[in-house]
Design a protein around this ligand. Structure first.
Ligand code: PLP
Length: 446
């Protein structure tokens, strides 16, 4: 039978019979069947409508079923579904032009991949070949993807069971004032000490062994820690001083999420390589890529780049990217995201924090926010352990869902990451539901 029209109970049964799930003990998996989606809403198999404050895995930046993107995929499918990557095609050429147009200055060439992890794998490969050096430095509390090297570079618990063949990855602490690794009490102190720490790690590892520093411009899944002003510029300066390349991972933070086309533009810093995926086409068809600056590009001007993918720049994915970016331009989606941050999420969540003891810190920008939940504000004891969960977190998520909100939960945090196109009213509704759910869950388990 046709997949989309399959009876939802049957879809669930077949899933449990045949589908092997990501990051899960298979016997415990209990997926929500999504039968329908529209803008910021999804419907489950019982007919419940949920306001999607996750953008799935933070990728439906334009919401679900955007007609411009659906139309572009249909039109491209009717014209030319696929070609080998060695050929040129209009969808890929135009997607590359539009991505380069909005990228930091000088990042003018695009290598397309299928998603974020392989974008990071290729960026690291490029950096190693360009510098002739083996190591990659990345921060604790980061996520760079589910393939071997991208996981070695990752700084969250998903790395642990996969760190069997760690190839030249070294971790350092980034700025995170709420749980400072440097006992800093101000943003400035945190920034200075984090940079001094990184400089020491570089010195002790040996600058001549380090190809790249790989950094999410704003760490996403790890907790949306917006870096203090000056941090990214400081990292850029260290990279320049020691001949190290800066790779900005903008897989989650890019394409408007942080209120700029790319989050690193908040600090006017230009990386040597920038990786993207997710929001580039709202995730309608898998797509990622690496943006290259002139220096790395020149390395491969006369010498072949030893890497490639069957679907590098798939026409359906690139057509979706063109339509996504054109829609973002036409509708002022990036400025709208910035405004939602300053007008709705910033004040709305500060208000929430004033009423709920569980909220230890609110942080974010644009449509990229996290609530750090604690059992005790003084000790900052997390409401769930690092990399784990707790009855209180489970109850909070359930309380949100019962009230029609799909929240993004990670350890002791709730992330508020809806589509950038959400209306102010919908955003307020989501915050109100979270308010009620916090009251209910805290009354039960607080
Ligand atoms: N980098 C970051 C910052 C991410 O958030 C993710 C995915 O969540 C990835 C890389 C990996 O992307 P993908 O799952 O498309 O391989």
């Amino acid at each position: 039978g046709l997949r989309a029209a399959l009876d939802p109970e049957r879809a669930y049964e077949l899933d449990r019979r045949h589908v092997f799930h990501s990051w899960s003990a298979q016997a415990t998996v209990d997926p929500m069947v999504i039968t329908k989606a529209d803008g910021p809403y999804v419907w489950d198999r019982h007919g419940n409508r949920l306001l999607d404050f996750t953008s799935q895995l933070v990728f439906t930046n334009l919401g679900h079923q955007h007609p411009a993107v659906v139309g572009a995929i249909q039109e491209q499918a009717a014209t030319l579904c696929t070609v080998a990557p060695s050929h040129a095609n209009g969808a890929r050429s135009e997607a590359a032009r539009l991505i380069a147009k909005h990228a930091p200055d000088g990042l003018d060439r695009v290598f397309f991949t299928n998603g974020g992890a392989d974008a990071n794998e290729h960026a690291i490969r490029m950096a190693r070949l360009h510098t002739g050096r083996p190591k990659v430095l990345s921060r604790y509390r980061s996520y760079h993807g589910g393939t071997q090297l991208a996981l070695n570079a990752t700084g969250d618990p998903r790395r642990w069971p996969n760190d069997t063949a760690s190839t030249g990855t070294v971790h350092f602490f980034g700025p995170y004032r709420y749980r400072s690794a440097f006992s800093a009490s101000t943003e400035e102190e945190e920034c200075q000490r984090a940079l001094a720490h990184l400089e020491q790690v570089i010195a002790l590892e040996g600058p001549s062994t380090i190809a790249a520093i790989l950094l999410e411009s704003i760490p996403g899944t790890a907790g949306i820690m917006v870096p203090p002003p000056g941090y990214l510029a400081g990292v850029r300066e260290l990279c320049d001083r020691f001949g190290i390349l800066l790779i900005a991972d903008e897989v989650m933070s890019g394409f408007g999420r942080a209120g700029e086309w790319f989050a690193i533009q908040r600090d006017a810093v230009v990386p040597d390589l920038l990786t993207f995926a997710k929001g580039v086409n709202s995730g309608y068809v898998p797509l990622g890529g690496v943006l290259l600056g002139e220096a790395v590009y020149s390395t491969f001007a006369q010498r072949p780049y030893p890497g490639g993918l069957t679907y590098s720049g798939h026409p359906l994915a690139c057509a979706a990217a063109v339509a996504t970016i054109e829609t973002m331009e036409r509708d002022g989606v990036v400025a709208g995201a910035a405004e939602l941050g300053t007008e709705v999420f910033g004040p709305g969540l500060a208000e929430l924090a004033a009423h709920h003891e569980w909220i230890g810190e609110v942080r974010g920008t644009g449509v990229f926010w996290a609530l750090e939940l604690v059992t005790d504000r003084a000790s900052r004891e997390p409401l769930a352990p690092y990399g784990g969960t707790s009855p209180a977190m489970t109850e909070l998520v359930a309380a949100c869902q019962r009230r029609g909100l799909l929240p993004f939960a990670n350890a002791n945090r709730i992330h508020l990451v809806p589509p950038l196109t959400i209306t102010e009213e919908q955003a307020r509704t989501g915050i109100d539901i979270l308010d009620q759910a916090l009251t209910a869950a805290c009354a039960k388990l607080g």
